[in-house]
Design a protein around this ligand. Structure first.
Ligand SMILES: [Zn+2]
Length: 314
């Protein structure tokens, strides 16, 4: 019995030893696992920190996102019409405009106005940017666009013709093709999402051998500069009388000449826009003259197709 008791005690001691060893190993394993988790966490944290820092650098000069390019897509709209109205090359329904705004974002473009664009080029913030422009100062723009700018957090440039505004001042009624009168331009200009641009006071026509503001064959530079300057001044004064200043000129029909560019640069315009259908790759403030724009015709399915079409043309 005493012999058995001894064996039993030995067995118990062995069991306790095994248990103790297992316990210690188990603890170690737990600690190791805990350390592993900790390492993984720390690793994840540092990876996350790396990603954040990479993203921050992407907007700085050191990492060249978008291939080290500042791509600028300028879209040119004219009139905006109701959803039950006829649309075409120069008239886009409001629901199509809304689809465009959503698509621009989906395609990865950041919407900019002139001031934001200057900041982008000055600080070499590489990436894809879009600028929305509406030419001629149609009443449909006044009526439909501000709500969508707000909804999609976007901004735009609306180029107006002085003569069209003055004519509209004398007309009481509005039709689908009406322009904004002076008061409507004044009101629209108060919207911080909108910049009013020059589209000439009285050059929006093809008359006496001149298309838009372009110098005529045989016209002397001096005479041309004088007349173009005084037309620009006329609209500048008109806009000034309603508290509007602008540094952007959108050429009627996209027509320009070296003399018009030199006049506008002397008048401290910071941006001029044509109707040449291509994407812009901008580099510094000097590259913001003669920007290309894609005409948003309702006959093109979507913005992506519009870009593809313009790129294939090149
Ligand atoms: Zn126009």
């Amino acid at each position: 019995m005493a012999k058995n008791n001894g064996k039993f005690t030995l067995f118990l001691m062995l069991c306790m030893l095994v248990f103790a060893v297992c316990f210690i190993i188990g603890m170690d394993k737990c600690e190791y696992a805990a350390k592993q988790v900790n390492f993984t966490d720390k690793h994840n944290m540092s990876t996350a920190r790396q990603i954040v820092s990479d993203r921050a650098q992407n907007t700085s000069k050191s990492v060249k996102v978008n291939g080290g390019k500042i791509e600028l897509l300028c879209l040119m709209y004219h009139n905006i019409v109701g959803n039950n109205q006829k649309q075409g090359d120069y008239e886009v329904r409001v629901n199509m405009l809304e689809q465009d705004f959503a698509e621009i974002k989906k395609l990865g473009y950041t919407c900019v106005n002139r001031k934001k664009l200057l900041e982008v080029v000055d600080n070499k913030k590489y990436g894809k940017y879009a600028m929305i422009t509406f030419d001629d100062g149609f009443y449909g723009v006044y009526k439909y666009v501000p709500k969508l700018l707000e909804k999609y957090d976007m901004s735009c440039i609306v180029s107006v013709v002085g003569e069209f505004m003055d004519k509209q001042d004398k007309i009481e009624y509005k039709t689908r093709c009406s322009y904004m009168n002076t008061n409507e331009v004044k009101e629209l200009a108060k919207n911080p999402r909108v910049e009013i641009a020059q589209h000439s006071y009285d050059y929006h026509h093809i008359k006496n051998g001149r298309k838009g503001v372009k110098i005529k064959n045989g016209e002397t530079s001096d005479k041309y500069i004088q007349t173009f300057k005084s037309d620009t001044q006329k609209l500048t004064d008109k806009l000034k009388s309603i508290g509007v200043k602008t540094k952007t000129y959108c050429y009627p029909y996209g027509e320009y000449c070296k003399e018009s560019e030199s006049v506008l640069k002397n008048l401290k315009y910071q941006m001029t826009m044509t109707c040449n259908e291509h994407l812009n790759y901008v580099k510094g403030r000097e590259s913001l003259y003669l920007l290309g724009r894609l005409n948003r015709s309702a006959n093109c399915q979507n913005i992506n197709n519009l870009i593809a079409k313009a790129c294939n043309k090149k």
